[in-house]
Design a protein. Structure first.
Length: 127
């Protein structure tokens, strides 16, 4: 198999893993009383895996899937946090009806054979 085919196969596997993890995270948060507003929301400045709402709280969620929770937590880098914050700002600009809501940035860590781990207020917008 050529190097390019191997790279493409890895990218497709990573994409499928990410979509699966986001689905698991969304279901987990729905069970905790959150309502899904958007999934895989993209803008030119950033992407948000999940936009959830509970009451008057908007939650911008980064989902990370790894074999261990510790590895998933370490995968939320400063650069990613900045892109998530920028994506959240773009989402709010596109959805002014939510402008008066409180907001926070959570992470949901996904590992095989375990319930997802929800990190409330995993980081601040100043990241």
């Amino acid at each position: 198999m050529s190097e390019e085919k191997v790279r493409n196969a890895r990218k497709q596997a990573a994409f499928r893993l990410g979509v699966s993890a986001e689905g698991r995270a969304a279901l987990f948060l729905l069970a905790k009383g959150y309502r899904e507003l958007a999934r895989r929301w993209k803008s030119p400045v950033g992407e948000v895996d999940l936009v959830m709402r509970r009451g008057r709280m908007l939650v911008f969620v980064e989902v990370k899937a790894r074999n261990r929770f510790e590895d998933a937590a370490e995968a939320v880098t400063v650069r990613q946090r900045q892109r998530i914050v920028a994506g959240a700002e773009a989402w709010l600009a596109a959805h002014p009806e939510h402008a008066g809501y409180d907001m926070r940035f959570d992470a949901v860590l996904v590992a095989p054979g375990r319930l997802p781990k929800h990190l409330i207020a995993a980081f601040e917008a100043e990241a």
